[in-house]
Write a protein that binds this ligand. Sequence first.
Ligand SMILES: Cc1ncc(COP(=O)(O)O)c(C=O)c1O
Length: 378
Amino acid sequence: MKKKIYLSSPHMSEEGYELEFVHETFASNWIAPLGVNVDEFEKEIAARMQMKYAAALSSGTAAIHLALKYLGVGEGDIVFCQSLTFSASANPIIYQNAKPVFIDSDWATWNMCPEALAQAFEKYEKMGKLPKAVIVVHLYGIAADIDKIMEICNHYHVPVIEDAAESLGTTYKGRPTGSFGKFGICSFNGNKIITTSGGGMLVSDDEDAIKKVRFWATQSRDQARHYEHSEVGFNYRMSNVLAGIGRGQLKVLDKRIEKKTQIFNYYKKHLAELPGIAFMPENEWNVPNYWLSCITLDNGGVLTQMDIILALEKENIEARPIWKPMHMQPFFKNCDYVGKNVAEKIFEIGVCLPSDTKMTQEDMQRVVETIIYSQHVK
Ligand SMILES: Cc1ncc(COP(=O)(O)O)c(C=O)c1O
């Protein structure tokens, strides 16, 4: 069996930064609850994302959930959510007994289409039912056109949650994604650009909101010597050990972005001649983190999406289709969707190529050669 090449696997620093922070927790026996690493990791992520405050949580999903709760999303409410995304962007809407309305993507960003969003607002305004929140995603590390989206949402006075789970380090017009809306969230899940094995962060400029979220995430324990609860609570906090891994990982975030950029440029250079190929969008106002390098293969080409995925699989190389849009998912089949099926098309023809930062030059060459060769054997 040939060496496995992963899509995006955990990559601890060669310097051992993570272990140093973790050792400190062992030495002080401050394994849990919370502790110095959690406090410092919150400050470091807030600084990196240019937001004032952050709450370290057990996952990005938990961060979206508590952001929605803070915004008062509840039974019978609607929330506009980008359709082309991972289900974790939309599931917390259901946890709050609200209903998602899915918004299409555009070709320029693959993310929420401002025109479709405006259309959805017009439609729901006429029905006298504006959404309680809008969830916009910066998919694969590409920034959404956030200025346009913010302008529309501000016009209707509807708060924005930016799902930056895949875009830590990405900038839009020089500012980090996740810093434009009322809330930003990131994820430190195992496949993300940096990982704590599992974890997330909610960021905001609103100190009261972050304090409240920390309270809810720690089982809503009121100030009392005994255990007193006046609200429902959640066990959503990050442990001090995992925050230590996160602090170490954050030190190498820029290195990881550099490598992911190199991988993307390598594919772009060596696969440019493949018939029907197009690369994920690049915009002058956006510096992506290139979390995953994605391509599309249009009908005119010889190869289809599945040809490439299967050819790579045979060589023990991991590749995947683009996320299946939420409005196409059986679970969400009764939800409204506004758009022109761009997300659907990207899903049909898109492929995520291996973007693992541990890939060597030889590994990248193997990926490219497998794809090019598969064209000749078809
Ligand atoms: C776009 C998107 N949103 C949300 C999440 C949820 O993050 P987590 O796995 O930390 O809950 C993920 C990744 O897992 C994601 O890719």
